[in-house]
Design a binder for this molecule. Structure first.
Ligand code: BTN
Length: 329
């Protein structure tokens, strides 16, 4: 479905999870009750569930904390506020990454951040779709410019993983792991993923769009297309008693400073910490590169963030990229 301003306005009223009468909604939006009814029906294929009860009105099956520009900014620390140039929140967008990749073609901005409540064409790595229902998760992209080419930002996606673990830890969420190269994991299940898209000159100015998708609440019915074990924050912490806006701020508080100083610090600054979150060390895996499969046991990452795989013969192979899946050993 296509979200209009009216859809969004209705949701700002229903977001509290309480009943609201048709009369209340129609006067708030200044449209007829029949028109309200049509809007409410059009949510049917959005993933949002609206309960109607005669005499009481309409309510969402669960409250939503909508993302708010002012709430996110209020929790940013001084350093992050200074690094942030623009903060946008879209109720619906094709993909926050695609949007900023497009922006990067016409402007060279540092610290442009885009969140969305839903994505119609959310993209994962390797051409996969990223399931992006409304108001439930974090879909975040950050645009940054770098001066010293692609090689100077190698390992950036691993450092971004460190930022995400730190933000979750600040919220009291512990035991989050990182699965090389770009996945946020908890107990062998994927909680989130990072997609970095770089363009520009290989040895000079380049821009990177750093995209993060983090599952906070993924309704079962939305997950039929997901091909790997997944989880969400609510399953981990066992409650929906947390603030999406606070988490959004924490993510920016960790992400922006790391990205801004990455060319100076390099991945070396995050190597030890990344290793402490590594959830693949010692595990039997298969790495796929195109049609080729390499089996072995993960021997960690090297100083440049490349994956080390030990095969049956005891030889160590180094991988700069690839799709890794766990095997039964
Ligand atoms: C992965 O495959 O693990 C990477 C997932 C990245 C998803 C995020 S959601 C925000 C941003 N916009 C997108 O279209 N993709 C990234």
């Amino acid at each position: 479905m296509t979200f209009t301003e009216k859809h969004y306005k209705i949701l700002t009223i229903l977001a509290d999870g309480d009943f609201h009468s048709g009369t209340e909604l129609s006067s708030a939006l200044n449209i007829s009750r029949a028109a309200i009814w049509k809007y409410l029906h059009s949510f049917a294929d959005s993933g949002l569930e609206i309960i109607a009860l005669s005499g009481k009105g309409y309510k969402l099956d669960r409250a939503i904390e909508l993302l708010s520009d002012s709430q996110i900014k209020a929790e940013l620390n001084q350093q992050t506020s200074a690094l942030l140039s623009t903060l946008e929140i879209h109720s619906q967008i094709e993909s926050t990454n695609s949007y900023l990749v497009e922006c990067a073609k016409s402007e060279s901005s540092l610290g442009r951040v885009c969140f969305a409540e839903s994505q119609t064409g959310g993209r994962g790595r390797r051409g996969r779709q990223w399931v992006s229902p409304f108001g439930a998760n974090i879909y975040l992209s950050l645009l940054w410019q770098f001066e010293n080419g692609f090689s100077a930002i190698s390992g950036l996606s691993l450092a971004v993983g460190v930022a995400v673990v730190r933000a979750l830890s600040d919220m009291g969420v512990k035991n989050i792991g990182l699965k090389w190269p770009n996945d946020i994991f908890w107990q062998d299940k994927k909680l989130g993923g990072i997609l970095i898209e770089v363009s520009g000159e290989s040895g000079g100015d380049c821009s990177a769009v750093i995209g993060l998708g983090l599952n906070l609440y993924l309704p079962e019915k939305e997950t039929s297309t997901i091909t790997q074990p997944w989880t969400d924050l609510e399953r981990i912490i066992g409650t929906h008693n947390y603030s999406r806006n606070q988490l959004a701020s924490l993510l920016l508080n960790h992400l922006l400073p790391i990205v801004a100083s990455f060319e100076n610090d390099t991945f070396a600054a995050y190597l030890q910490e990344w290793r402490s979150y590594d959830c693949m060390q010692g595990k039997a895996v298969a790495i796929y590169i195109g049609q080729q499969q390499f089996d072995g046991v993960v021997a960690g990452i090297d100083d440049n963030g490349m994956l080390l795989l030990e095969n049956k013969q005891g030889e160590i192979k180094t991988f700069a990229s690839g799709e890794v899946s766990f095997r039964q050993s």
